[in-house]
Design a protein around this ligand. Structure first.
Ligand code: NAD
Ligand code: TYD
Length: 335
């Protein structure tokens, strides 16, 4: 492989993955991103002028843009998606468009091209909630939100292109990521930035829902391992193994920032809230990958990043985000 097309590379995880590809390997990297609300070229300002990097501003649903971006590519790593569950509950349309139709467009271009590897970045949410035990790759998919239903659709479509057309696909199912550059709508960056401003940390229902957290660069290393050593047609769970509920996340953030626990507020639950995810990642670990960061030190460095990069998130929080947040949640202690 010489040239890799990354979709959604201006987003949170994609930008870390592009940095990994450029610093660790010799690949030429093309980034196709439509710069939707969470896409931000500031996430990649350090690699902007890199000789092996090219940005194409385009939509994965647009055949012409996809054709241009995929020209000469040997591999595709597909991150581009609508990624936030709460948004999918209120406005599912964009999720169907991007996560399903967009993935289909990429697969069509890939099967007509000369693609050696097509990697879909999927999610543990496709298994649905697992109240006990851990999800393994062969478990049935049971998505319960519009977001996870569209990711499961993409996941199945990708596998269909392997069995039907022999397109050499691999799929990763990652757990909940956190780290620098995460759009402040997911729990960790929302709570860090709220706590810095002494705003309320809104926990859904009783704050007991559990997620399996992974530091973003550990997830990216897992994706790279699957890209290089995964078997075509196979799926690999990439989880951090840090099972935490909302209360634990909120109190850990408040502790690192030295803020009072009184900032925690309990609010109406998310409809259809998945109460627990947990991944068995032994199949990916058999490829020689394992997460390298402890939750505690990774959270401390994430908090430090948000403290040192206030301009990055204050600009987001003062723009369209503010109106959107009010529309979604009213005055629930937010900007
Ligand atoms: P993000 O919202 O930060 O980034 C998504 C990126 O995709 C943005 O840059 C956006 O502009 C781009 N995009 C959206 N629609 C597009 C379109 N139609 N055409 C081109 N670009 C488009 O999301 P993220 O958290 O970085 O997630 C990236 C991927 O990883 C997603 O596929 C998501 O489902 C998956 N994933 C995320 C997590 C997580 O915890 N964040 C966990 C597992 C898997
Ligand atoms: P989130 O970061 O939205 O990720 P997921 O895609 O896994 O839902 O939410 C993580 C957990 O935190 C989930 O159980 C919902 C909860 N949560 C809150 O309690 N309050 C919030 O404001 C948000 C955004 C999430």
């Amino acid at each position: 492989m010489r040239k890799i097309l990354v979709t959604g590379g201006a987003g949170f995880i994609g930008s870390h993955f592009i940095r990994l590809l450029l610093t660790r390997y010799d690949y030429e990297v093309v980034n196709l991103d439509a710069l939707m609300y969470s896409g931000n070229l500031k996430n990649l300002s350090d690699v902007e002028g890199h000789g092996r990097y090219r940005f194409i501003h385009g939509d994965i649903r647009d055949e012409a843009a996809v054709g241009e971006a995929m020209a000469g590519a040997d591999a595709v790593v597909h991150f581009a998606a609508e990624s936030h569950v709460d948004r999918s509950i209120r406005e599912p349309d964009a999720f169907l468009q991007t996560n399903i139709i967009g993935t289909y467009r990429l697969l069509e271009a890939a099967r007509r091209g000369d693609i050696e590897r097509f990697l879909l970045v999927s999610t543990d949410e496709v298994y649905g909630q697992v109240l006990t035990g851990t999800s393994r790759e062969g478990d049935p998919l049971d998505p319960r939100s519009p977001y996870s239903a569209t990711k499961a659709s993409a996941d199945l479509l990708v596998r269909a292109y392997w069995t039907t057309y022999g397109l050499p696909v691999v799929t990763t199912r990652g757990s909940n990521n956190f780290g620098p550059n995460q759009y402040p709508e997911k729990i960790i960056p929302l709570f860090i930035t709220n706590a810095i401003d002494s705003l309320a940390l809104p926990l859904y229902n009783d704050g007991k829902a559990v997620r399996d957290y992974i530091y973003v660069t550990d997830h990216c290393e897992g994706i790279a391992a699957v890209l290089h050593r995964g078997q075509p047609g196979e799926v690999y769970n990439v989880g951090g193994g840090n099972l935490k509920n909302g209360i634990e996340i909120a109190t850990a953030i408040l502790r690192v920032l030295g803020k009072p626990e009184g900032l925690i507020t309990f609010v109406t639950d998310r409809p259809g809230h998945d109460l627990r995810y947990s991944l068995d990642s032994s199949k990916a670990q058999a490829l020689g990958w394992k997460p390298g960061h402890s939750f505690e030190t990774a959270l401390e460095s994430t908090v430090a990043w948000y403290r040192e990069n206030e301009g990055w998130w204050r600009e987001i929080k003062s723009g369209a985000y503010r109106d959107y947040y009010r529309k979604m949640y009213g005055e629930r202690g937010n900007p």
